[in-house]
Ligand binder design. Structure first.
Ligand code: RP5
Length: 163
């Protein structure tokens, strides 16, 4: 199978998750990390999930960011079918504010890990930063960009609050 240039896969259970997951994409853009975003639902498109997860490593992806809400099986099921690191982002749900998503993703049984992030935007951004940190272990240029990203963040914190 031909390798893709994208090193990170961003998958999500629904179009409605994109408002959250686009923050992961934006962060990877800022860091110059190529990614591919896809909709893959554990419940509505289980065969698409199987095909994606089984082939993700051969396609050239090195990490997977998986966002889902509600009964959020996508990150765990993906992790069950790939050796790649999977970072799970609990999407804020309407009914339970993402508590359901968080608990669905974080409580994996021993043996199949999902690195679970915070609910919503913060989790999406941090999943991208973690993916970049993993890739930076073997990419000095990316490591430099990640250091610069952090330095800029630090520089933007004012010493004193303003009214
Ligand atoms: C999950 O159900 C998705 O990840 C999404 O967060 C949630 C609601 O999906 P929609 O009904 O908005 O398509 O599978």
């Amino acid at each position: 199978m031909a390798e893709r240039s994208a090193r990170v896969a961003i998958i999500m259970g629904s179009q409605s998750d994109w408002a959250t997951m686009r923050h992961a994409a934006d962060t990877l853009d800022q860091l110059g990390v190529e990614y591919e975003a896809r909709i893959v639902s554990a419940h509505r498109t289980p065969e698409r999930l199987y095909d994606f997860a089984r082939n993700a490593r051969d396609e050239g992806f090195q990490t997977i960011i998986a966002g889902a809400g509600g009964a959020a099986h996508l990150p765990g099921m993906t992790a069950a079918m790939t050796p790649l690191p999977v970072f799970g982002v609990p999407v804020e749900s309407k009914a339970l504010s993402g508590q359901d998503s968080l608990l669905s993703i974080v409580q994996m049984p021993a043996g199949i890990p999902v690195g679970t992030l915070a609910i919503g935007r913060a989790g999406a951004i941090n999943a991208a930063l973690l993916s970049a940190a993993v890739l930076a272990l073997q990419d000095d240029s990316l490591a430099d960009r990640l250091d610069a990203w952090r330095a800029e963040q630090t520089a933007q914190v004012a010493d004193y609050p303003v009214d």
